[in-house]
Design a protein. Sequence first.
Length: 225
Amino acid sequence: MYTVYTMTANAARRHRPDRRARRPNTRADILTAAASLLATEGVDGVTMRAVGARVGITAMAIYRHFADRNALLDALHDRGFAALGQHLRRRLRARTPEQRLLGALDAYLDFALRRPREFDLMFVHRVRATRRFPQDYAAGRGEAFDLVAGEVAACMHTGVLRTDDVLEATLALWSAIHGFVMLHRGGRFGSADRTARRLAHRCLGRLLTGLRRGPSAPFAAPQRP
């Protein structure tokens, strides 16, 4: 009887799920759950209790990976900028600096319209990881900004844009497209995203034409991939 019991117990242990293998309280699991809440509920919906419930752990267990809610929002902030950087890089495959610059600015617009709640965390909601102009950007700590600034510098180097302060010229373009996004989301244009995008291209084209070096043809609207 003892032999039968031992064999049965061993078989049960072999078929019992490994709790360590299926325990979900890892940093990646928590971030994925928090990102999902951010996309559906916005920044206010990302609470430790809600994230824990979605992962299947207690809120207190999250503190093993993140010191507090602000640390979790900082991680989401950085994750969002990494995604924006990837989105921009996909539009930087054109042949000329001018085309790449237009593509990058259009990619920023596209990201803002498609992922509004993530955009809010990155650019509207103040977190500890928020970058500061000009010091953080001069030090290369803003990947998305750096990508656009690189194309602005290339346009200046090739004579497409007149020589100017690269950081401030990039800031001017960034501020214009960011302001347009906020106005559109506030209902100021009363139009669908596609119509607003065309309006944004025309406004951006006028700004870029003003930054051109000498009299020349206006910038053309970016080509969608």
